[in-house]
Design a protein around this ligand. Sequence first.
Ligand code: DX5
Length: 228
Amino acid sequence: MPTVEIVPSVLPADFSRLGEEAVALEKAGVDRIQWDVMDGNFVPNLTFGPDVIGAVRPHVSVPFEAHLMVNNPDELLPRYVEAGCEWILVHAESTLHLHRTLARVADCGGRAAVALNPSTPAEAVRNVLDLVEMVLVMTVNPGFGGQAYIATMEPKVAEVASMVAASGRDIDIQVDGGIGPSTVAGAAAAGANVLVAGSALYKDPEGLEHAVSDLRERAEAAYQRPAA
Ligand code: DX5
């Protein structure tokens, strides 16, 4: 069964000091760093190009993942792999040919993941589970940090966990959006083992290290997956 991983979103970080912020996250014990890539079209916000991520890459050794909240990701995704993102997360809603786009991630040397917006059914990933190492179930509508957790996504996480168990594949299940001390247990109990958090980590008055370890402890206490 996949182990629990804590992955920060850098959306709440100080964008004028991204290198230092990445170093602080690595010191705090995170397992990976997620870059929320937004194009102003797929979501009403604009964030990191590959060169920004590439500039931070040499400062830390922790793996990077690019959460591509962009339309038509095929052309852009190789540049995020080249910038140093080991994982590429593609939204099922962002490409007409999801199967081909996910295969392209592997062709470019990346580790592929598929992401689902809240209104997209779990069934959308059934026919691409053989192409991915992770499924992301969004627990907010993408575009901004600091939003409220959508608890009605927990049955969808459980449905994805059942599909993954039936596939016999070792696939991570990630949740992203509104994850914090009061919501992480519900997501982990539904089957999520990769927890993405932004504002909850940066709001912790005891600092990043405490926030990461507290979230990890809460997730590990609740995490479960259905038997194959
Ligand atoms: C939404 C973003 C956010 C971010 C985490 O597009 O993907 O979910 O990563 O934000 P918080 O943890 O502040 O909800």
